[in-house]
Design a protein around this ligand. Structure first.
Ligand code: URA
Length: 246
């Protein structure tokens, strides 16, 4: 079942292969329970993580799952791939095949990748309206110095026009870490975006590592290829606070 909400009678009917009119009397007689409480009515809304029972037998009992992995370069951000190792191949979790990726990284990029079975959470994180910042540590072929950093920073902040997609990138921030290393913050994820942005300056990206998504930083304890479940607190606090309006 998708994470969008569905009517209880529709869900049970499709799950058991019976008609909705057959489900309604079951609900009316109190045979169906939702999260341990007798269902209020056939039109009650449930989602993919609602625990549903019929005559005390489980119809659905999915648990939401959220993982972070430190993706190594040379691994594909995909669930299946005929030629290369995928981030799913690196996981040991028994439920790994129920997960999808929240925001890909290029084959040669490394760092924080999130995986979940909760479509609502991943849609919120990747929705352009949410403008969730993603932080990257970028290693460049040519140095960025205090003298030329302003050119880069202005172009990144103004946005760059990508003719292929006919879009202008949203304002991005850039900070010098050392001669060849900068930190870039983006609120979107266009195809090869960072490489193309530095390409405008004929400065090749030779290393790209994602260090944070929203308020969630890559766990420094995770070696390349290692993963762990997120704590419940991290699942919620990843979303930056919205500035007050007015
Ligand atoms: N920008 C890129 O060019 N590649 C990535 O993987 C992420 C951002």
């Amino acid at each position: 079942m998708q994470s969008r909400r569905a009517r209880l009678d529709r869900f049970i009917a499709s799950h058991l292969g019976i008609s909705r009119s057959a489900v309604r009397p079951m609900v009316a007689r109190g045979r169906v329970a939702v999260d341990g409480v007798v269902a209020r009515g056939s039109n009650q809304l449930i989602d993919q993580f609602t625990h549903v029972t019929l005559d005390n037998q489980t119809v659905q009992a999915n648990t939401p799952l959220y993982l972070m992995i430190n993706k190594p370069a040379g691994v594909v951000s995909a669930t299946v791939d005929a030629r290369h190792t995928t981030v799913i191949d690196l996981l040991r979790h028994p439920e790994r095949h129920s997960l999808h990726i929240v925001g890909r990284l290029d084959f040669n990029s490394s760092g924080l990748v999130l995986l979940t079975n909760d479509g609502r959470w991943s849609r919120q994180l990747t929705s352009p309206e949410q403008k969730i910042p993603k932080l990257y540590r970028v290693t460049l072929e040519n140095p960025i110095t205090p003298d030329n950093v302003e050119h880069y920073a202005e172009a990144f902040a103004a946005g760059m026009y990508f003719a292929y997609e006919a879009i202008t990138t949203r304002p991005a921030q850039l900070r010098i870490v050392s001669d060849h290393v900068v930190e870039v913050s983006l609120v979107e994820g266009r195809y090869h975006q960072i490489k193309r942005m530095f390409g405008r300056f004929h400065n090749r990206v030779i290393g790209l590592h994602r260090t944070a998504i929203g308020n969630l930083a890559l766990d420094p304890e995770l070696e390349a290829g290692q993963s762990r479940e997120l704590a419940a607190r991290e699942v919620l606090t990843i979303f930056p606070a919205r500035p007050d309006k007015g």
